[in-house]
Design a protein around this ligand. Sequence first.
Ligand SMILES: Cc1ncc(COP(=O)(O)O)c(C=O)c1O
Length: 395
Amino acid sequence: MRVYLDHNATTPVDPSVLDAMQPFFSDAYGNASSIHSAGQRARATVDAARTAVAHLVGAKPSEIVFTSGGTEADNLAILGLIDSARAASPRRPHLITTAIEHHAVLNAAEYAAKQGIDVTFIPVSATGVVDPADIRAALRPETLLISVMHANNELGTIQPIEEIASVAAEADVYFHTDAVQSAGKLPLNVNAMGVDLLTLSAHKIYGPKGAGALYVRSGTPIVPQMFGGHHERDRRPGTENVPAIAGFGRAAELAAQHLATADESTRIAQLRDKLEHEILAAVPGARVNDDRAHRVANTTNISFDGVAGEAFVIALDLLGISVSTGAACSSGAIEPSHVLRAIGLTDAQAESSIRFSLGRFTTAAEIDYVASTVKATVERMRSLAPAHAAPTPQR
Ligand SMILES: Cc1ncc(COP(=O)(O)O)c(C=O)c1O
């Protein structure tokens, strides 16, 4: 059996998304900027996809800028806004973000800091939640932008976006949210959320890799981060990736349909809860790291005391299960995740953490298989490393 529980890394392309993309690789290869009929067909497809993506977040189609993915959209939001502020005023802008953002935001913020922008990184609670009062306390007269992700990719924890939006609105500061991990999992409405900028990525919602979008509220000044033609209303140059955008549009339509009935999220949450319950009941020293009261339906992040996460992921992979660990290999060394460190886990706890992220095609039989395989694998690994057999005390 092969079980894929790594949907926060990427999702499979939905068969109906693939159908929507296919013609644009073969017969319908026009450039959306060409005036002939082949070009017009491509343009109509891009426009329809823009409408579908806008609908998913309650925006106007003109407020959607297609990008190469979530990373580019995050960069465009942060650096594009900073560039426009710097062009308008000599004042040095200040940016507020959090310690648990995706690297697309964190590293853009760090780049901005190197360019002389002041950046404040707000800490989070032990379950990964940002306190809006901490954001308020960090405000300065020069604060330009607050960027706080909606749902965290490693924990699934959901941030109090509306409350943070109120803080931003009172201070007359722009507000960006990275909604890559909440799109398709939670209903999104840019007006209800009170955001000026919002990031989406197609491959997290059963669309293709290499497509994403930035929602830019009308009137929000964004300077393009690349130079070229007049595409995307002068906000992002480059010939549109028509097949990927067509797929993104279809994926957004499917996401909106599933959200309208909540069928998918209810089913996935039940399976996730079953998996979590079975693991916690069967494996001593297993502990959930995320905020169980405020998290997306598909994610659980669990530490297994005394188990080396990387070896665990490899052992599970050999048994047909794809999950990911709370540590990444960087320059040959295992680096504990910045998110797990930010919620106060020790390096050892972070390195023993596994993220299970379920999806649209996950079945109950798969969950049974994963629960029993996790239990047996932890027992086997602990018996091979008896020094770690006794669970360490709770944090
Ligand atoms: C929260 C978050 N933001 C941004 C990204 C980057 O998106 P993309 O892979 O489309 O560049 C990811 C992808 O893992 C993510 O989880």
